[in-house]
Every structure is written in structure tokens, then in C-alpha cells.
Design a protein around this ligand. Structure first.
Ligand SMILES: *Cc1c(COP(=O)(O)O)cnc(C)c1O
Length: 473
């Protein structure tokens, strides 16, 4: 056998070459892959090789076919979903950690990742103003983070009622109540259904015109109630009024979970803090580092005020699982084996620092305001108060939205998603990459204007000057 370094070196160098080539061109090409690039993916359709391919050829094929068929998410004009970019130092740290190939389930499997999880947990609690001692679990994304947090909430509320869910399941358990805002994210309902809490059994609280849960419409809460609030509506970016929700829940002994997939990072911004305030009174939180923070995928975090409740809900015991007495990665996640994704997150926080995270959050908001202002200048209707990084553009009907999105995509200039916002078809612009410059916003607005010109006629969008009321600044 050749030494490890010799076998890896040509591969890592080739991967690096292709990666650098990718980065050199990605900002100059269509944001969504061209028809030709997508058609070329057909070449991946081959039977499982009987005999393994030559590794360098595999890398070449991956770059030749794969790179052009990616969405240019690491550039500045991808505005789909709430996807975020990739902070370059974190990508580099991740490469190194990939070579380490650590399993973070137990401290004995990776002392370095155990230590980085301890440190990063403390940094997050500090940065987001959460209660001292809050536990973090490093998971794939917010969907899993919500599921873990709601499992802790469910088990803890029922344990206080004398019922052991972990041992006895939900069969014959006293009922819990689940209260959610009308605008709760679909991931919340998926978690409720997975956890046996029922996505249809919820008590739904009406929202206001920005999608904020109306606290005065909360039902009477009690100590068998789980409340799910939202820091950052996936369409409007709006935050539920956290303080009244959390105070009402606390007074009643209810549990509050905050879904803050992209919005929880507002806690790092002094400007955004008034909207965030009260979040720290909740019992559990879910957030993605791969969205607003621009850590690479996949990087979600579950946070729980009561470490014991989270650990109890996710616990696994077997004699071969040797515990070190320190933090054990598998205690706060549903996985046993997982990669050291904390390295990516640690590297992001280490190189941005508190001030860098604040600047990033503020920059995304400023670009969103710029985008909304410039679109309104051109007669587009922005129906949401732009309080964070989300900008909606309303059109009179779905065919207009579809036609506009097709034009935008074909222009190669930007990529946006769509949604139905309070009954109206909208284009969604989610400003969540650190790479997005003022110029990127100007190019994007110009692309909107050009796209509208191309579809004018029977599908002309409303050119209205209504809706120019405040941006929530
Ligand atoms: C993205 C998002 C989720 C789901 O997070 P994943 O990381 O995709 O699992 C949940 N809630 C909100 C508000 C989101 O924006």
C-alpha cells in the first residue's frame, strides 16, 4: 500500500483545481443552470460499474457534468427559498475536517470535535442572548432541530403530568395541547406529525397582515400546552411578538418553542434586537447556520434551556457506548454517527466574530430594503414590511408570476421563488448571501424591469404605487 498522503494527494489537488475553476466562473454564468447543462446530466445515467472507475476520471466527470448543473448559490444573485451562501473560511475548514473523517457521536471518537461542540455551544448561547446553560445539538437542519425540541417539550410536559413518554410511548398518555400561529412553517407541522402530536389537532392562532401571531388571540394556556412561535416568517420575514407570547406561556407553565430558522440570528444585531427581544424567554429554539449565518450546508442547531429535558428525550444507552464524562455528541441529537459539522460552524463564528455576525445580519437587511425600494421606484408592489431579509413582489395572478419567473430564470441574471401570500401570488426574494452586493441588487431590479417588459400585454403586472408605506425601519 502506498502511504495515505500519496494516494490522497492527486485527488485532493484535482478537487482543488476543479473547485477553483468553479469559483472563477460561477459568478459570470446563468444563476440557474442552462437547458444544455441540465440535459448533459443524462450522462450520469449508467449502470452501477462492475469495476470501479478511475478516481481522477470520476472527479473530472463530476466537475464537467456537475458543476455547470449547480445553481449559482454561492454567488450574489440567488434569492431562492432562504438558502444562504457559504462563508469561504468555513468551506476551507470543512475540507480539512472532511479529511479527518471524524464521527462526533462520542468524545472518545473525536476529542477535537467534542471540544469544538462545547465551545461553539457556549458561543451561540452568548451571541443569541440565551439563558446560561442552554444545550445545543448540532443537527442537519431546522426540521430535525424542531423535531428534537418538540420531543423534549412533549416528554417534559408529560413527565410533569406523571407520564413517561420515553418508556411508555403516547398510548394512554394524558392529552397535550399544541398552539401554533396561522403562519407556522410547514416543518413545524411535519415535526408534529412525526412525533404523534398530530398536525391537525393544533389550536391555530390568527396572524396579522404581516404574518405575526396575534398574542391577544392566544387561547388560555396551561401546563399541558406546547406553543410554537416563529422568529422570521418564511415569506414576509416578520417576527411573532415574542415577549407577550413567552410571558403568557411562562405564567401558565406552558412550553414555548421558537422556530428561528433564519431569524434567530437577529439576536446578534443591535438594530434588529427590539424585534428579537423576548426570544430568550422561550424554552427551546431551532435555527439554521446554513441560512443567514452563511455556514455551508448542512448545519442546523437545536437549543434547549433545560439540557436534561433534551438529553432525556433523545437518550440512547448501551454498554459499548463509552462515555467520557464530558459532553457526548449523541446525547443532544437523534443520531449516533454523524460528521463533525460543528467545525464549519465554529470556523464561521471564529472568523466572523460577534461584530462580523452583526454586520452580516444588518447587511442582508439593508440589501433587502434597497431591493424593495428600487422595485417600488419601478412601480412594483411590495406587500410586506421589509423587516428582515425577505422581499415579496405581488402580481395580479399566478400566470403573471410564472411568466415573470421564467423570464428571470432565462435571463440568467437571478433566481427567485414564488408563494401565495395572504391569498395573492407573489415572487419571493430572499436576500441571504453575504456575497450579495448593492450592484447585485441593481442588476436584479433591472432584470425584473426587463422581464416585465417582455411579458407586457395581456399579462402586464399591476403598476401600482400603493403599498409604499413604511419598511419597518
Ligand atoms: C428553512 C426553514 C425551516 C426548515 O429548515 P431546514 O433547515 O430546511 O430543515 C423551518 N422553518 C423556517 C422558518 C425556515 O425558514
Amino acid at each position: 500500500m502506498r502511504p495515505l498522503r500519496e494516494t490522497q494527494e492527486p485527488l485532493l489537488r484535482r478537487a482543488q483545481e476543479h473547485a477553483l475553476d468553479y469559483l472563477a466562473t460561477v459568478e459570470d454564468r446563468a444563476i440557474f443552470p442552462t437547458r444544455d447543462a441540465r440535459a448533459a446530466l443524462e450522462a450520469f445515467e449508467e449502470p452501477l460499474p462492475e469495476v470501479g472507475a478511475e478516481p481522477l476520471e470520476m472527479l473530472d466527470q463530476l466537475h464537467r457534468l456537475g458543476s455547470p448543473a449547480t445553481t449559482a448559490q454561492v454567488g450574489g444573485r440567488y434569492f431562492g427559498f432562504v438558502n444562504g451562501g457559504a462563508h469561504p473560511p468555513a468551506v476551507a475548514a470543512r475540507w480539512l475536517a472532511d479529511v479527518w473523517d471524524q464521527n462526533v457521536g462520542l468524545g472518545v471518537m473525536s476529542p477535537v470535535c467534542q471540544r469544538l461542540e462545547e465551545v461553539t455551544e457556549r458561543w451561540l448561547v452568548d451571541l443569541l442572548h440565551l439563558p446560561a446553560g442552554t444545550a445545543a445539538g448540532f443537527v442537519t437542519g431546522t426540521s430535525i432541530a424542531i423535531t428534537c425540541a418538540l420531543a423534549a417539550a412533549r416528554n417534559e410536559l408529560l413527565s410533569r403530568a406523571g407520564w413517561d413518554v420515553a418508556g411508555q410511548g403516547l398510548f394512554g398518555a394524558p392529552p397535550l395541547r399544541v398552539v401554533v400561529g396561522e403562519e407556522a412553517h410547514v416543518a413545524v407541522f411535519r415535526s408534529l406529525s412525526i412525533l404523534g402530536l398530530g398536525r391537525e389537532r393544533v389550536e391555530i392562532v390568527p396572524s396579522d397582515d404581516q404574518g405575526r401571531l396575534r398574542p391577544e388571540r392566544l387561547p388560555a394556556l396551561d401546563d399541558r400546552t406546547l406553543v410554537v412561535a416563529q422568529a422570521g416568517n418564511v415569506n414576509s420575514g416578520a417576527f411573532d411578538p415574542m415577549r407577550p407570547i413567552c410571558e403568557a406561556a411562562r405564567a401558565a407553565g406552558a412550553w414555548v418553542h421558537v422556530d428561528g430558522a433564519f431569524g434567530l440570528w437577529a439576536g446578534a444585531s443591535r438594530r434588529a434586537f427590539p424585534m428579537y427581544d423576548g426570544v430568550q424567554l422561550a424554552d427551546s429554539w431551532s435555527v439554521d447556520a446554513h441560512k443567514t449565518l452563511n455556514a455551508p450546508y448542512d448545519c442546523g442547531i437545536v437549543l434547549c434551556r433545560d439540557r436534561r429535558a433534551l438529553v432525556a428525550a433523545l437518550s440512547a444507552q448501551a454498554s459499548y457506548l463509552l462515555e467520557t464524562g464530558g459532553r457526548e455528541g449523541l446525547a443532544t441529537t437523534p443520531d449516533m454517527s454523524r460528521r463533525g459539522r460543528v467545525v464549519d460552524l465554529w470556523a464561521t463564528l471564529k472568523t466572523l466574530g460577534r461584530r462580523g455576525v452583526e454586520r452580516l445580519v444588518d447587511q442582508l437587511c439593508e440589501r433587502a430594503w434597497q431591493c424593495a425600494d428600487r422595485l417600488r421606484d419601478h412601480g412594483f408592489e411590495v406587500p410586506n414590511e421589509v423587516v428582515f431579509n425577505q422581499v415579496l413582489v405581488a402580481f395580479r395572478d399566478q400566470p403573471t408570476v410564472d411568466a415573470l419567473l421564467r423570464e428571470l430564470t432565462d435571463s440568467g441574471e437571478c433566481w427567485c421563488g414564488s408563494a401565495v401570500w395572504r391569498g395573492r401570488p407573489v415572487v419571493r426574494i430572499s436576500v441571504c448571501s453575504a456575497r450579495t452586493t448593492r450592484e447585485d441588487i441593481e442588476r436584479t431590479v433591472a432584470a425584473f424591469v426587463a422581464a416585465r417588459e417582455r411579458i407586457e400585454g395581456p399579462l402586464a403586472p399591476e403598476a401600482t404605487t400603493e403599498g409604499t408605506n413604511g419598511h419597518g425601519r
